[in-house]
Design a protein around this ligand. Structure first.
Ligand code: SAH
Length: 225
């Protein structure tokens, strides 16, 4: 069942303030990103008891030891991908589905992979109820990428890892951008990788802290790489 307009519009003032204070005032300039984040009802992506905190600039727990990323990070990562409306994007780590919705507002098609079945299924249900029709879902180890649908204009990894999983570089278009938190368990550097004529350029843009990317080309479940 779809949400009512009033459920979606709730917290509209908080949402607008979030966009001003936590995004534009901190340097996110891309108007399409700001507009997208002013449209997506973030309060519907967090547990009901935490809805009143949905528009503050922090990550929040979404169950299974995972988190919904803080708004500033979502804005920054979305801007760094440099998406245009004809783009095809791959997202690794669907989580709450909030970042997925923002990507779906900005690109033509979003392919999103989540390794935890309950989380992936709940997000798909929510995004269906919000009438997003340009998202394709998969429960899988996203460190392998999604080969059948490659290449992608942009790839976003929303969990931290020590090294870029090689299949993800292979699945990026020439000229495409990959945004990924790289580092240890305590902190990572948000890194933008651009593929150009078979070469890769890498640039660190910010400090960040994400949960672990777990899989064949990531961390193992017990914390060791
Ligand atoms: N963008 C999400 C972030 C969620 S946290 C949000 O804002 O809600 C990161 C997510 O990545 C978690 O749900 C975790 O289960 C998932 N994840 C970790 N390793 C993964 C992998 N190898 N493949 C797919 N998803 C993975």
């Amino acid at each position: 069942m779809s949400f009512s307009e009033s459920q979606i519009q709730q917290y509209g003032g908080h949402r607008q303030k979030m966009v001003e204070r936590h995004l534009s005032d901190r340097g996110v300039r891309d108007l399409r990103v700001l507009e997208a984040m002013n449209r997506v009802p973030r309060h519907l992506f967090v547990p009901a008891a935490l809805q009143h905190r949905a528009y503050g600039d922090h990550a929040l727990p979404i169950g299974e030891n995972q988190t919904i990323s803080q708004p500033y990070m979502v804005g920054l990562m979305s801007e760094l991908l440099g998406l245009s409306e004809n783009d095809k994007v791959l997202e690794i780590g669907t989580g709450s589905g909030y970042q997925t919705a923002v990507l779906a507002e900005l690109a033509e098609q979003v392919f999103t992979i989540e390794r935890i079945k309950n989380i992936g299924q709940a997000s798909q249900k929510l995004l269906d109820r919000l009438n997003y029709r340009n998202i394709v879902y998969k429960i899988f180890d996203g460190t392998n990428g999604w080969r059948d649908q490659a290449p992608y204009d942009a790839i976003l990894i929303t969990a931290g890892v020590q090294k870029v999983p090689p299949p993800l570089i292979d699945q990026l278009k020439d000229g495409g951008k990959l945004v990924i938190p790289i580092g240890d368990l305590e902190s990572q550097k948000l890194t933008v990788i651009t593929r150009r004529e078979g070469q890769v350029e890498s640039k660190d843009v910010a400090e960040c802290k994400f949960v672990k990317l777990i899989g064949k080309f990531g961390w193992t479940d017990n914390g060791h790489s």
